[in-house]
Design a protein around this ligand. Structure first.
Ligand code: FES
Ligand SMILES: [Fe+2]
Length: 319
């Protein structure tokens, strides 16, 4: 029966590290309301330069600290009566009109880190502390690589579904009008949170024709890097994050960098091609249902493995 609600297996919120801002868009003293994981939070950068996230609503009378809040040293000050909260512990450090601070005066702090040009929050539906991490990529901050170019957008989809695209080589032909993808290799790392897919193909480049490799690394459902290697003295890196706004909407952020000798020749086109390609997927994601038990065929190379891998990021995975 083709009734959406009956065909759809709603995926819950996955646990993991998810980007909440670009580093370059959060300056010292900035305070921003943010909405991810179906929750309201406040993101700010302290005077010592740390990015911090706390729950939005003040324990006092419930003001939203993200609207009119102010950074004071390492704390954020509520706009309503000036209570100040430490971004790391969430504790109230000062009440401007009272010496004694009630012990319950605290907001929930979110585990936060900054890496690879983005600010990351750790989400866990039972509020468990971070269970794994992801690496700093050497291309960022390397003087031989271009200043990263940024792109972002929001769309209707669940973050597991958008990530599934990486493991669905056949759709590149049908949705994106690309050539059939050559067979690749998939490898899961020992802690199980990371996997890598490598594809080899001959490519024409501004430097000649080379046997190139496309290397896709993913850490959890929130981040994926795509590297092009094999071209002498040149390389491209696209780094993408996907963050659930709620179970039905995703915020994508990309950073792209290329070796300086390549950025003028192909870097921009590469980025434009990638970002344009995402629009092709929009309608599929928007109108599809999620099938917890899809009917797969032998040609669906990595899909079964991907589904199995993705289950670990849920406290209660759907069947
Ligand atoms: S509501 Fe935040 S200080 Fe009163
Ligand atoms: Fe796609």
């Amino acid at each position: 029966m083709a009734v959406r609600e009956e065909c759809h297996d709603q995926l819950p919120m996955p646990n993991g590290w998810f980007a909440v801002d670009f580093s370059h868009e959060l300056r010292e003293g900035d305070v921003k309301p943010i909405n991810y994981f179906g929750e309201e939070m406040v993101l700010f950068r302290t005077r010592s330069g740390e990015a911090r996230i706390v729950d939005a609503f003040c324990p006092h009378l419930g003001a939203h600290i993200g609207y009119g809040g102010r950074v004071m040293g390492d704390t954020v000050r509520c706009p309503f009566h000036g209570w100040q909260f430490d971004g790391e512990t969430g504790e109230c450090m000062a009440i401007p009109y009272c010496q004694k601070i009630p012990p319950q005066a605290r907001v929930r702090p979110w585990p936060t880190q900054e890496k690879n040009g983005m600010v990351w929050a750790w989400y866990h539906d039972e509020q468990k502390p971070p269970e794994w991490d992801f690496p700093a990529l050497p291309e960022f901050g390397n003087p031989d690589w271009s200043e990263p170019r940024a792109f972002e957008l929001e769309l209707d989809a669940h973050v597991q579904e958008t990530h599934e695209n990486n493991n669905d080589p056949v759709h590149f032909q049908f949705v994106h009008g690309m050539a059939a993808e050559p067979p690749g290799e998939i490898e899961f790392s020992s802690d199980g949170r990371h996997y890598q897919i490598v594809n080899h193909s001959e490519r024409e480049t501004p430097f000649g024709t080379f046997q190139t490799s496309l290397i896709r690394d993913s850490w959890g459902l929130g981040l994926t890097s795509v590297r092009t290697t094999g071209i002498e003295d040149a390389g491209l890196l696209m780094y993408s994050s996907a963050t659930p706004i709620d179970e039905k909407r995703v915020h994508f952020r990309w950073l792209m960098t290329a070796t300086r000798n390549w950025v003028d020749l192909a870097g921009e086109e590469f980025m434009n091609g990638l970002t344009k390609g995402v629009y092709d997927d929009f309608d599929i994601w928007k109108y599809k249902v999620h099938r917890a038990k899809p009917v797969l065929c032998e040609g669906d190379t990595y899909l079964g493995q991907y589904r199995k891998w993705a289950r670990q990021f849920y406290t209660n995975p759907v069947a």
